[in-house]
Design a protein around this ligand. Sequence first.
Ligand code: BTN
Length: 322
Amino acid sequence: MSTKEKVLQYLEQHKGESISGQDLADKLEVSRTSVWKAVNGLKKEGYQIEATTNKGYQLSIDTDLLSEAAIVPLLSEALKGHRVIAHKTIDSTNLEAKRIVNEDPTFEGVILSEEQTKGRGRLGRVFYSPSESGLYMSLVLRPVADLDNATLITTAAAVAVCQAIETLTGKKPQIKWVNDIFLDGRKVCGILTEGIMDMESRTIGTIILGIGLNFREPETDFPDEIQSIAGTLFDKKNAAVTRNQMVAEILNRFYLLYPDLVKRSYLDEYRKRCFVLGEQVTFPQGNETIEAKAIAIDNDGGLVVALPNGKTKILTFGEISI
Ligand code: BTN
């Protein structure tokens, strides 16, 4: 870890507290000059570090920039050794994850970015990803027990995100099958799961799980096409938690569920949070739009619907309207 990263990690863990340059240098076993250089570097990156003559350095409690230094200390044992890579800007964290896996097929970890210039949504859509207001993250996963069922992974991720939001904010998010998370009737999070084929074994060798969460209201409004549907966890100012805390909580929650995915124990919680059950929904089939009643979530995360002719059908992917 570089001195800059060490300084940041210390200040993040002691946010709002002051420490003199000398004490910090002693604690980190580096020179006072290198602490000074590190602090200057961090300030240039946008960290609000106050320096007072008597008290020393202090990271403002309002600082909320995504960083490895702030996230790693909050991660559970299950995530030790996983890489956390935070970018200021990137085309898409899912695309970056794919590039990393191409270079290093053993990579395990998470890619984050403050903004995405080509954020990707499901069904070829764009995912609006402005700077500093959202959480854009991609987890690089190995399939567990030869299981490459993207719907199961997506539904587990949806539960983990809901649990993380509820734990940190007390708010009660709900799920619109299959992967949209809603709060107060508005979509606050979307999930895009993509598999990378291992050419030799012709199986899915790596899964990229992309999560986009609208954390606080963006500086400029949401684009017209999503304005009536998109919501955020917090308004522009009053976030009770930091995005780094939210990232760590989502990762911790997800990695509690993921190793036991085959047991599907999380599916009951998914069902409880899924607000489409019991509702009339529509979905596209060829050139037609079919109307049906959503009646259950099956053991693979599929949506069971009752058709007007009395038959049932299982939807395994795609999008429904309600
Ligand atoms: C959807 O609602 O259509 C899915 C949105 C998924 C967005 C996330 S943001 C992080 C990751 N990188 C991307 O380009 N997309 C996913």
